[in-house]
Design a protein around this ligand. Structure first.
Ligand code: FES
Length: 63
C-alpha cells in the first residue's frame, strides 16, 4: 500500500481520506472533495494536489 500523508494541512485531511471519498462517492471536482472531506476549504493551497488525485483516479478508470 502507498504511504499515507497529509494533503490538506489546514483541515488535516490525509491522502487516504481523499482517495476513499473520491472512490466511494464518485467525486469529480475539487469542490465536491471539499464538501465531503473539508480539504481545500481554507487556504486553497492543497487544491492542485486534490485535482491531481482526482485525475489519477478518474482518468485511470475511464480510458
Ligand atoms: S492546506 Fe488545504 S485548505 Fe489549506
Amino acid at each position: 500500500m502507498e504511504e499515507d500523508y497529509l494533503i490538506c494541512y489546514c483541515n488535516e485531511v490525509s491522502k487516504s481520506t481523499i482517495v476513499n471519498a473520491i472512490k466511494k462517492k464518485g467525486l469529480k471536482t475539487v469542490e465536491e472533495v471539499g464538501h465531503e472531506t473539508g480539504a481545500g476549504q481554507v487556504c486553497g493551497q492543497c487544491q492542485p494536489d486534490i485535482q491531481k488525485l482526482l485525475d489519477e483516479i478518474n482518468l485511470a478508470g475511464t480510458s
